[in-house]
Design a protein around this ligand. Structure first.
Ligand SMILES: [Zn+2]
Length: 228
């Protein structure tokens, strides 16, 4: 933890947030602004399998057998990846750690490399508002124009403003019950991680309901402060 000797160690950030909170957008913004590399579990696994590393080969055989890749394998892949030169500006982890057991193992792994989690950024949403926002979406099946029950209803109900077609489509995934179930699952899975990082004093709660640029400004402010 002594910053006075050697090169500055690259920051490690964790981005937490439910589906629909704009996590991907914010992660891209941070990558562009600070040169961080975004590492998601899926991307890590795919890349390791393609590269044929030891951990990648283990992951491949588990996935081919239809199993779930274990924490140990995911962390071994992450350790390999963090050592690559493009991670020297810092990384944003997305989807890993998933459990407090993984979080503890990750802390050990980082400590061995002289690193630690600099910030866990938790994008916070208003669940009810999220359901209204997502469940209200529909699109014209003919031209693809997007609409919303509350924010952008067509001038004539059921008729597309752009092309006049009467073929509005709603995604099954956008149903209110489905959205609510996704949010519940997110909270159940993430609550232990949030308290884990809160206890370590690295948790930042970011309200993620407003304008995308405003949310980005809040996140940028936090990241600029902790990496200064
Ligand atoms: Zn249309």
């Amino acid at each position: 933890m002594d910053g006075s000797k050697g090169p500055k160690r690259p920051p490690v950030l964790i981005l937490l947030g439910p589906p629909g909170a704009g996590k991907g957008t914010q992660a891209r913004m941070l990558s562009e602004r600070f040169g961080f590399i975004q590492l998601s579990t899926g991307d890590l696994l795919r890349a390791a399998v393609v590269a044929g590393t030891d951990a990648g080969k283990r992951a491949k055989s588990v996935m081919e057998a239809g199993g779930l890749v274990s924490d140990n394998i995911v962390l071994a892949i992450l350790a390999d990846r963090l050592a690559e030169p493009d991670c020297a500006n810092g990384v944003i982890l997305d989807g890993v750690p998933r459990t407090t057991a993984q979080a503890k193992a990750l802390d050990t792994l980082l400590a061995n490399a002289g690193q630690s989690i600099d910030a866990a950024l938790a994008l916070e949403v208003d669940d009810v508002e999220m359901v209204v926002r997502i469940a209200g979406r529909f699109t014209c099946g003919a031209c693809g124009e997007g609409y919303h029950d509350s924010f952008k209803a067509p001038k004539v109900e059921g008729v597309c403003d752009c092309c006049g077609a009467q073929d509005m489509k709603r995604r099954a995934d956008d149903k209110a019950e489905t959205v609510m179930a996704r949010l519940d699952a997110y909270h159940a899975e993430t609550a232990p991680l949030i308290s884990y990082y809160e206890q370590r004093g690295v948790l930042w709660r970011i309200r993620a309901m407003g304008d995308i640029d405003e949310i980005a400004a809040k996140i940028t402010g936090v990241v600029a402060a902790i990496t200064a």
